[in-house]
Every structure is written in structure tokens, then in C-alpha cells.
Design a protein around this ligand. Structure first.
Ligand SMILES: [Zn+2]
Length: 166
């Protein structure tokens, strides 16, 4: 995956919001007054997915992007639902819609953080192999070697945990 090319904050937010809005339209095809289990799953999945998307696209600003994307997607969800609401709306429904924005902001931030952690741990799992190069014969030695395996010269101690080949 070449996420390094799309590390622009604006683009990641835009993609997150676009996906969020599209999913919102899909999720609100069923009226909120008939809220069922599948709606609840979709309801929680949208901010998590859009937040994760924003986090993957721009790991440097993952949390902020995730929260922003979650909040905007949540606002769109509320607006679409509000338009479709019947005239005699129940208090519970209004309360529920009021909670969408902060909840989605939180889930978006969480999804984004998760994406960020996944990226960081992937980078940590494949460190560059550190080798010690003998100053005398230029042979490569394992990082924990004290003496050169080729000529027996005492090897320099590692600097910052790594000695790079030249
Ligand atoms: Zn040597």
C-alpha cells in the first residue's frame, strides 16, 4: 500500500466525509422510527470506518481527522434523518439524534487511532537489520558480535542501537 502519496490532511478528511455521507444515505434509507439491530450496527460502523479511513490516509493527524470526519458524517446523518422525520416525533428520537454527533466524533477518533496504531506497529515489526561493519576488513557482523568473525578485530560498540553499512 502506498499511503505515503496521499498523506494530505485535506484529502483524507474529504475521502472520510464522502464515504461517511454515502453510508449515511444508505443507513437512513430505513426510517429512524423503525430502528433495528442492523441499523445499530451500521450506525456504529459508519464513524468507525470513516475514522479509520481518515487515519490510514493521513496517520500524522489521525485522531483529529477521525473526530472531525465522525462529527461531520454524524451531522449529515442527523440532517437526513431530521428531514424524513414524521411531524409527531417522539422525544427519544430527538434525544437520539442529538447524541449522534458526539458519539460519532468519539467513534471516528477511536477508529482513526486504531488505524494509526496499526500503521505504526507495522512499521515497528520490520526494522532494518543492524549490522556491524568491521573497520579492518569490512566484513558484516551480527549486531551482537563483539569481535569480527572474519579477522577477530574488536568491533565498535553500537551507537543508538544501530550501525549502518557504508
Ligand atoms: Zn574484520
Amino acid at each position: 500500500m502506498s499511503y505515503s502519496k496521499i498523506q494530505h490532511r485535506e484529502l483524507s478528511i474529504l475521502v472520510g466525509i464522502l464515504v461517511g455521507v454515502l453510508l449515511d444515505v444508505f443507513a437512513t434509507s430505513n426510517s429512524i422510527t423503525n430502528f433495528s439491530l442492523i441499523d445499530l450496527i451500521i450506525f456504529l460502523a459508519i464513524p468507525a470506518m470513516t475514522g479509520a479511513l481518515a487515519g490510514f490516509a493521513d496517520p500524522d493527524h489521525a485522531i483529529g481527522n477521525g473526530i472531525l470526519v465522525g462529527i461531520i458524517a454524524g451531522l449529515v446523518y442527523v440532517v437526513i434523518d431530521a428531514i424524513r422525520l414524521p411531524a409527531n416525533v417522539e422525544t427519544n428520537t430527538v434525544l437520539f439524534l442529538g447524541l449522534v454527533v458526539p458519539i460519532w466524533g468519539f467513534i471516528g477518533g477511536t477508529g482513526s487511532t486504531f488505524a494509526h496504531r496499526t500503521l505504526t506497529s507495522t512499521e515497528l515489526r520490520s526494522p532494518e537489520p543492524a549490522v556491524k561493519i568491521c573497520v579492518n576488513c569490512k566484513a558484516s557482523n551480527p549486531p551482537d558480535a563483539l569481535f569480527c568473525k572474519n579477522c577477530g578485530t574488536k568491533l565498535a560498540q553500537e551507537l543508538n542501537g544501530r550501525v549502518f553499512a557504508r
